[in-house]
Write a protein that binds this ligand. Structure first.
Ligand SMILES: [Zn+2]
Ligand SMILES: [Zn+2]
Length: 109
């Protein structure tokens, strides 16, 4: 998992043309998924990484919850947020993150 360098939100994969990019649902920060894999190998102190995750989880837990079934583990509750993923004149996409396993997925309208 990758987190936004600006505000520590969990980056979610979104399809952009033929490729997938990681995008911050909060501020819109994006990075190519290959770049993310590369960055994962950069040396970073364990303590620093731990703090990043704590911050991100704290932000996620402030999101509203919805009664929706997780496609991965069958849990019936997930955090929900809206995000503009395409052109500005199209409606934003709804994203869910399972409260049990942390799996994140998007709702296809
Ligand atoms: Zn961000
Ligand atoms: Zn789940």
């Amino acid at each position: 998992m990758r987190f936004c360098p600006r505000d520590g939100s969990l980056l979610v994969p979104v399809k952009r043309g033929g490729q997938t990019v990681l995008r911050c649902p909060k501020c819109g920060y994006e990075e190519p998924i290959n770049e993310a894999a590369k960055n994962a190998y950069k040396s970073k102190s364990v303590v620093e990484k731990k703090n990043e995750i704590l911050v991100a989880d704290a932000i996620v837990e402030t999101l509203p919850k919805a009664k929706v079934m997780c496609p991965k583990c069958g849990n019936d509750e997930a955090y929900v947020w809206m995000q503009q993923t395409r052109a500005a004149d199209e409606p934003p996409t709804r994203f869910y993150r399972c409260t049990r396993c942390g799996y994140t997925w998007r709702e296809y309208a």
